[in-house]
Design a protein around this ligand. Sequence first.
Ligand code: UT7
Length: 350
Amino acid sequence: MKQVRTKIAGMGYYVPENVVTNDDLAKVMDTNDEWIQERTGIKERRYVTRMKETAATMGVEASKKAMEKAGVTAEDIDFVIFATLSPDYFFPGCGVLVQRELGLDKVGALDIRNQCSGFIYGLSVADQFIKTGMYKNILLIGGEAHSSGLDFSTRGRNVTVIFGDGAGAVVLQPTEEDGKGVLTTHLHSDGRYAEKLAFINPGSHGGAHTGNTEYYDEDVYGELMMTQKIMDAGDRYPNMEGPFVFKNAVRRFPEVINEALSATGHSVEDIDMLIPHQANLRISQFVQSIMGLPDDKVFNNIQKYGNTTAASIPIALCEAYDAGKVKDGDLVCLAAFGSGFTWASALIRW
Ligand code: UT7
């Protein structure tokens, strides 16, 4: 009996028209183009048009393109997976909003909360459903509207300059073509560092994990998510210990790529294209040099879009494919590291 694997049958991405350059950011906070390019490689990023575009609406646009490329319609899709850390609503998740907007027929919709690794986590989940025969057409989306919740004062500059908005989507289907499809996926986490890169408020924690209870009045129920003290302190944006995250990223990326290679009996020379999560161009370059990969085997587009978290891999994969850099028979490696910490990899025979 032939082995069933998961293939990417179609891809699409959507980025907002609104381009925000480093100089634009320097008008509102103490930063500059030189610092941003030198430390991150980023030249510009896209921001949603407020009150019009969201993680879900961009996800819908990316999905339409992916579905067209795959030659499927709304009736064909039997499951939706949406990875994001900047959802339209605290709940329900973006998956149901996509289900509604695309007119999908009451199919299941799962939201994934694994930040930069979200797309690969979603791919792994979808892969299991497809291999067991449960679903035949899964729509997997990564979408982020970061600009809706960033600190545009100088205090937030280390985080804010990095992130951008956008969405990418793929349609996943079973294939029996010899040796092709998703060969392996590897998922990891280390919650010891959950607060090292986190968007803590709003949340129900009330300081439980950090011991920092100064924002809360003991006897007030129902007021934990966002207290006046949190608002007054302006402590309602993502936080990151950048250098600590960087050090862990450059260790975990190679580790999880090697794990995927050894699980499938491949060596690094077999990789035709590495699509790393676009966290920072310096991180990608570090990983490339540790792995000993030549320039033409690593794809980066962070220069144009910044870090789009769950969307970065599908957007990059799409652009690499459109540029003819991912071809039939290629061994494509996806890898990610980010908040959680979580990290993950996948190997796909195209
Ligand atoms: O995708 C999720 C995973 N995320 C990551 O992988 C991100 C990992 N971390 C990084 O990419 C880097 O740590 C950053 C790009 C965030 C920061 O670069 P860095 O080289 O680690 O800088 P730093 O945080 O150590 O800060 C160095 C200096 C500080 O000033 P002092 O204390 O040396 O005077 C910062 O205040 O740079 C300052 N700084 C800035 N200056 C101008 C921080 N952000 C900015 C800024 N513009 N935007």
